[in-house]
Design a protein around this ligand. Structure first.
Ligand code: FAD
Length: 375
């Protein structure tokens, strides 16, 4: 019998499983398909606390703590796996294309400066010297210095190797159908093949599918939020920083690809690529860098983000079920938040000291909420 059963082999399940195994627990991870293929594979790999946090508060603090631990965490994963994951501390340029966007960007600059967060302002002339391909219509730009990027697909692959190396037993093509409950305690899971798998504790990290376990006494209001993306092939890497407007973002990869993302769509569990999605991405990209019009398209894809009603992740012990823990609902920021999530959850499992999880992330905040059908 395992000390811990992890349901879901995305970046969150893998990160917590690896950390728990390193802390001495016997861990079995169950993954419906292959690990690190769903949102973890589909993501853009931006590590963007300043762009993602609307204001001060626990989310910004948690996200900054995660970002600041990323270098050490990634190096350890790279070392354990023998793989390089293209982690780059290259910064992000947020661009304003209109008067109102410029006003909002100036406000953001003042907000960041007042908090001592690393930002730098660029007027259009200076900006064009730095990034010559940018559209002449850009009115100004804010460089977010504490904004990094990683190749999330490589990171996912490396984490699978690193988790196995730490001792995690990863079982693929095992779908968990239900969490086994006995006298208010989780005692394992039942698979789609009707096999019970016993474990002392269970961690639910099933991404956008985390809300589908209707046997639990308290709802887990996670819903899928589709994101479509595409990539272009550019002649030479050229750009090193992420560029972001209010419409889209452009992320360079070292091999010359440029990723364009992403739509945010409430279409249930429907995957796929649509004409309107692709049009909005390409229009947004060409508005920022007109020369991309001749770039060949390399790939299209989409993924389902695990969304929550308040946009915050759901982290910690499940109410009313002893031995069940939740690490889900990371929405647009699961790649960024993975190291901090693992560091915060594992001490709850081992009974040791660790970073506190903000109350606003607690699963208990949904006690009493109505269970919505997951479509
Ligand atoms: C287009 C797009 C762009 C994004 N860009 C960024 C970004 O730039 N930066 C960032 O930080 N985040 C980004 N995200 C968000 C990020 O990808 C997610 O927050 C993160 O991947 C969530 O990880 P997860 O492990 O919870 O979910 P997932 O990666 O979806 O993994 C969940 C796993 O659980 C498995 N599973 C589900 N149900 C079961 C079951 N019953 N039994 C067994 N296994 C099960 C699934 O097969 C899956 O492998 C983006 C997401 C998308 C879609």
């Amino acid at each position: 019998m395992s000390d811990l059963i992890v349901v879901g082999g995305g970046i969150i399940g893998l990160s917590v499983a690896r950390e728990a195994a390193l802390a001495g627990l016997q861990v079995t991870l169950l993954e419906r398909n292959a690990p690190a293929r769903e949102a973890t594979w589909a993501a853009a790999g931006m590590l963007s606390p300043l762009a993602e946090a609307p204001d001060d508060g626990p989310f910004l603090d948690f996200a900054l703590a995660s970002l600041r631990s990323y270098r050490g965490w990634v190096r350890a994963v790279e070392e354990a796996s023998g793989m390089e994951v293209e982690y780059r501390e290259s910064g992000k340029l947020r661009l304003a294309l209109s008067g109102p966007e410029l006003d909002r960007l100036v406000e953001r600059r003042e907000w960041a400066e007042a908090r001592g967060l690393g930002v730098r302002w660029f007027e259009p002339e200076e900006l064009r010297r730095k990034e010559p391909g940018l559209a002449l219509s850009i009115r100004g730009a804010l460089l977010l210095e504490e904004d990094f990027r990683v190749d999330n697909r490589r990171l996912g692959e490396a984490l699978v190797v690193a988790a196995r190396q730490a001792g995690v037993r990863i079982r693929t093509e095992v779908t968990v159908r239900e969490i086994l409950l006995e006298k208010g305690r989780a005692r394992g899971v039942r698979t789609a093949e009707d096999d019970p798998i016993e474990g002392d504790r269970v961690l639910l990290a099933a991404g956008a599918w985390s809300g589908t376990f209707s046997e639990l006494p308290v709802p887990i209001p996670v819903r899928p939020v589709r994101g479509q993306m595409l990539s272009l092939r550019t002649e030479e890497p050229g750009m090193t920083r992420v560029l972001e407007s209010e419409e889209i973002y452009l992320i360079p990869r070292d091999d010359g690809r440029l990723l364009v993302g992403a739509t945010v769509e409430e279409v249930g569990f429907e995957g796929g690529i649509t004409a309107a999605g692709v049009r909005s991405l390409l229009e947004g990209a060409l508005r920022l860098v007109p020369g991309l019009g001749s770039a060949p398209i390399a790939e299209f894809w989409s993924g389902l983000r695990p969304g929550t009603p308040d946009g915050h992740p759901i982290l910690g012990p499940a109410p009313q079920v002893e031995g069940l823990y939740l690490a889900t609902g990371h929405f647009r920021n699961g790649i960024l938040l993975a190291p901090r999530t693992a560091r915060a959850i594992v001490p709850l499992l081992t009974g040791s000291e660790g970073p506190t999880i903000p109350d606003v992330f607690s699963p208990a905040r949904f006690e009493g909420a109505r269970r919505e059908p997951v479509v």
